[in-house]
Design a binder for this molecule. Structure first.
Ligand SMILES: [Zn+2]
Length: 155
């Protein structure tokens, strides 16, 4: 859906851009902790704040796709903390817990140590992903987030 021109101003006025990284929604939230905002358009309904944020930055959300959080913080609306996934991925993610598929913030302490030591031993992302049991992109994101990425040019 198209937003009218007042939406971005109203939207960003309700966001607290914290120094720790997440941009937190300060207005109404639903029972799962997701921010929401009334949009006065063709359909007078409340839209989820993180979905609005995605649309303001990147455009229309493809049919059937969900906007998911890299940071595991439902109230966060920072565009760079959001990514598109399917409902299935979302459910899979919730089921996996310690063996997180997309949200590296759910890695257990043990897994984090394993990733750090494997990368320290100059193992490739593919190899680490295979051992941890998630996809390569998740490992890449985790390493970048923790400044342990260091591209391995000779592998
Ligand atoms: Zn965040």
């Amino acid at each position: 859906m198209e937003f009218n021109e007042t939406v971005p101003t109203r939207f960003w006025a309700k966001v607290d851009r914290t120094e720790t990284g997440c941009w937190l929604w300060t207005a109404a939230k639903n029972n799962k902790g997701y921010g929401k905002l009334s949009i006065h358009g063709t359909d007078h309904i409340k839209k989820l704040a993180h979905r609005i944020s995605w649309q303001l930055r990147y455009g229309e959300i493809p049919e059937g796709m969900h906007v998911l959080h890299l940071c595991n913080t439902p109230a966060c609306v920072k565009p760079t903390h959001l990514f598109l996934g399917t409902h299935q991925e979302n459910m899979q993610d919730k089921l996996n817990h310690g063996r997180a598929h997309y949200t590296s913030s759910k890695f257990s302490e043990e897994t984090r140590k394993l990733i750090t030591s494997m990368r320290g031993a100059r193992q490739s992302l593919n190899k680490i992903a295979a051992v941890v049991g998630c996809d390569k992109a998740t490992i890449g994101r985790y390493l970048k987030k923790h400044n342990q990425y260091q591209p391995l040019k000779d592998i």
